[in-house]
Structure formats: C-alpha cells, structure tokens
Ligand binder design. Structure first.
Ligand SMILES: *[C@@H]1O[C@H](CO)[C@@H](O)[C@H](O)[C@H]1NC(C)=O
Length: 211
C-alpha cells in the first residue's frame, strides 16, 4: 500500500500544481533529429551502442581515467575514445553507418553540456583494437587506423549525423565481436554528454543497413 500512497501523493501534487506534468514531455510530439538511416530519429533494431567510453587528456597525458558513461571533450585537452563491438554475423552483407545523434530537447536531468562553435576531430583507430579501462591514456592510445573521410564539419545540438557509411566488410568467420573505436576531440568546444537513449538516442551508434 506504500506504493499506492506515494502514487496518490504524486497525483494530488499534479492537481495542485497545474504545470505541464513531466510525463507529457515523454509522450507524443517529440521528434528526434533524423538522418538518412534513422528516418524517425530513433534507433533501428539493427543498431549497436558503444561498449566503453574512456576519456583522455592532453594536459594529463599519462593519466588513465576510468571508463565512464560520460564523454568529455574540452578545447585542446580532453578527448573521449568510444569502443563499439560489432557482432560479425549481423554485419554480413550490411553497410555500417556510424552515426552521432545529438538531440536538443529537454532530456531529463541534463544529459549534455555544450559550449562553443562545434568543430570536432574524428579519429579512427585500427580495426580490432579499442580503449582499455585503466590502461588507455593520451600517450597510450589504441593504434592508428582509418579516420572517417567526410565527417560532418560541425556538431550542433538538434541534429543527427551520419559520420561515415561503408560496407562493414568483416569477413565471415572472423572471431566475434570485432571492436571498432575512435576518438572525438575539439579545438574550440566543451562538450560533455552521457551516451544514452532516454527520449532520443544521444551519442555514437552503428546502424546496420542493407548493402
Ligand atoms: C573501470 O575500472 C575501474 C577501476 O578498476 C572500475 O571500478 C570500473 O568498474 C571499470 N569500468 C568498466 C566499465 O569496466
């Protein structure tokens, strides 16, 4: 009955304060920013979230920051490395679309902070390697690999970007999953966000589409 009492109290307070109930913000009317592989802005079934985020700092180049759900990018200092684990069977014959979803809506208790003009550098690491919790530092990054050739020129709140699209190209029989990873840095922007999917997805995802 305790639960019921709490619910009644909430209902009573909603009546007492005729402001927009928070629940209405979560229902209807919210259009997540779309792109060509996320036409409704949501995550398709065939999508993969990050498995690990590790911050690194140019000004503390030997500090191994513990893995976190939060990415932190600051001008010429903090970058964040993102790992994604691709299940080999699911990628067969597919295009791997790396997206960055950046909704600009009321997202619960502050899921991002963004100050600056939004110029970012996307750096790719070698296929099969990624950040390691407790080991990766600015001076000890995963080995280099191909970076997205045509990343979006800027990231701005309220947009959803396709950072790179290419055939996944992972041979059948490769030990699964295959780690892909990259870092996000900036020369002019502070960007702190929680990789999450509350109302709209926020952060890096791989969306698989048919080739
Ligand atoms: C990263 O390492 C720290 C320190 O050992 C540990 O507390 C934390 O749970 C680890 N996080 C992940 C995501 O493995």
């Amino acid at each position: 009955m305790k639960t019921f009492a709490i619910l009644s109290a909430l209902a009573a307070s909603t009546l007492a304060f005729p402001t927009t109930p928070i629940s209405s913000l979560f229902s209807g009317n919210i259009q997540c920013p779309a792109n060509k592989v996320q036409p409704d802005g949501k995550l398709p079934v065939d999508s993969i979230s990050t498995s690990l985020l590790v911050q690194i700092s140019a000004k503390e180049p030997n500090t191994a920051f513990p893995a976190s759900d939060w990415a932190k990018i600051t001008p010429n200092d903090f970058c964040t490395i993102f790992n994604l684990e691709l299940p080999v069977d699911k990628t067969q014959g597919k295009v791997c679309n790396l997206v960055f979803d950046f909704p600009n809506i009321w997202e619960g208790p502050g899921l991002f902070k963004f100050y600056g003009s939004g110029d970012f550098t996307f750096t790719g690491y070698a296929i099969g390697v990624g950040a390691q919790n407790g080991t990766t530092t600015y001076n000890n990054q995963p080995s280099g690999g191909p970076s997205p050739p045509n990343p979006p020129p800027t990231l701005q709140p309220g947009n959803s970007y396709v950072v790179n699209s290419a055939p996944c190209g992972i041979p059948e029989g490769t030990p699964s999953p295959v780690t892909v990873s990259g870092s996000l840095c900036s020369s002019d922007t502070t960007f702190i966000f929680k990789q999450s999917d509350v109302v709209c997805p926020l952060g890096f995802y791989v969306v698989l589409t048919d080739a």
